[in-house]
Design a protein around this ligand. Structure first.
Ligand code: NZQ
Ligand code: ZN
Length: 388
């Protein structure tokens, strides 16, 4: 049965080759002072920076530069961003980059005028947003996280090795997001495929849970098929606009809160991945790819009917004459082959994880309760061991 829910997603999207022109429509809605947040410099190399500065100047904005948002943004960077916002009376945060920059901008939006320590309030204690916020707009340059159309912001505390995501209230949705698939063309291949796998993982976290007949599961199977189809083209032809644009759109729908509606969700792979990320600072999508197959194999017996459905509907496994378990395993084998073909990291050793780190990673893994199996700490360690 579809559970009760409310659904709201106010983010306005500008999609396509001319999407950046959307800035000319959006910028006049906000005050003069714009904080331009971006990462380590890719936007300067590929020309996106100059194009945005030109539009900001054309609209009479005062630009306050906020570079250096690192992949897996840190709490220290959050504090720096909050200071910049307050010192300059920022009216709009324009985040230009991938999920890290978008997440960071949303966290700053919620934290700049917070009277308590935002890490403690939101991330450690799950506190509610009570202060004024700063509007955020995003120009996306990396596909994967869905951050452009959701309220989540993931931060890492490098002093305590905690990487935690907080789902903020509706005020934190980006006011607008600019999605030009061509802006993702300059991504290095390993980042591109890590993002592709992040999209798949988001869908699976919301698919492998519940056993009801749920419209969301049909939507997710469609998204997965589109993703698999387009990824096969994109890895051969990275400049194929049709494939890259389909993947970008799939990524947004995979995590803009729609498909989770009315059903439980898992997110255990992400919790393990975040703990790995906190200890290794590895690329997010690769922390997921390294543990996904061992995790799914482990929970398979607890969600057999869904794994069978996944194998048949998504991986085109022919069921004739096979047991449910055989069909399900064949589906996971097809997925594993696909992952290897993409060049994803398939084990933790390649991410720099050593045996002595496993218990600490398990301790830093939040245990989720919405999937087919609520894991114990020992089971997390077992899955980590199998991922080495
Ligand atoms: O910093 P620059 O120089 O821009 O380089 C970035 C970065 O090194 C580079 N890059 C981005 N666009 C590029 C480009 N390089 C060349 N050309 C381009 N067009 O790619 C690197 C990775 O960027 P990053 O933003 O870190 O990647 P991603 O989009 O995967 O974001 C990862 C962060 O998002 C969080 C992750 O935990 C991680 O902290 N997540 C956020 C979620 C959400 N808000 O809902 C959900 C996700 O599950 C995830 O946890
Ligand atoms: Zn993810």
């Amino acid at each position: 049965m579809l559970g009760n829910f409310t659904y709201c997603n106010p983010t306005k999207l500008y999609f396509g080759k001319d999407a950046l022109q959307g800035l000319n429509e959006e910028l006049p809605k906000y005050g003069k002072n714009v904080m331009l947040s971006y990462g380590g410099g890719s936007i300067k190399k590929n020309g996106i920076y100059e194009r945005i500065i030109e539009i900001l100047k054309f609209n009479g904005k005062t630009v306050v530069e906020d570079p250096g948002v690192m992949p897996n943004p840190t709490v220290a960077k959050l504090y720096e961003g909050c200071r910049t916002v307050k010192e300059n009376g920022i009216d709009l945060i324009l985040a230009v980059g991938g999920g890290s920059v978008c997440d960071y901008a949303k966290a700053v939006s919620a934290s700049a005028y917070c009277t308590e320590d935002p890490w403690e309030k939101y991330y450690l204690n799950g506190g509610k947003l009570e202060n004024k916020t700063v509007p955020v707009g995003c120009v996306l340059t990396m596909v994967g996280t869905g951050s452009e159309m959701n309220t989540t912001a993931v931060l890492t505390n490098t002093e305590t090795n905690w990487k935690i995501g907080h789902v903020f209230e509706e005020e934190i949705f980006p006011k607008f997001s600019i999605l030009n698939p061509e802006f993702t063309y300059t991504l290095p291949r390993h980042q591109m495929v890590a993002g592709f796998f992040d999209v798949m993982s988001h869908i699976l976290e919301q698919y492998f849970c519940g056993e009801d007949d749920n419209t969301s599961d049909y939507i997710m199977e469609g998204l997965l098929k589109s993703l698999i189809h387009s990824v096969a083209i994109a890895v051969k032809e990275p400049y194929n606009y049709e494939a890259r644009s389909n993947i970008m759109w799939t990524a947004t729908w995979a995590l803009n809160k729609l498909v989770e509606k009315g059903k439980s969700t898992d997110w255990q792979t992400h919790m393990i991945g975040q703990a790995i990320g906190a200890y290794t600072n590895a690329t997010h999508g690769m922390t997921l790819s390294a543990v996904t197959i061992p995790y799914l194999r482990y929970i398979l017996p607890y969600g057999l009917a869904k794994f069978k459905r996944y194998a048949i509907n998504v991986w085109n496994v022919t069921p004739n004459g096979k047991s449910d378990k055989e069909i399900s395993n064949e589906g996971l084998c097809a997925m594993e082959t696909w992952m290897k073909h993409l060049g994803l990291v398939m084990n933790l050793t390649d991410l720099g994880v050593t045996e002595d780190m496993l218990k600490r990673i398990a301790d830093a893994t939040l245990i989720m309760e919405g999937g087919y199996k609520i894991l114990t700490r020992d089971e997390v360690i077992k899955i980590l061991n199998e991922s080495m």
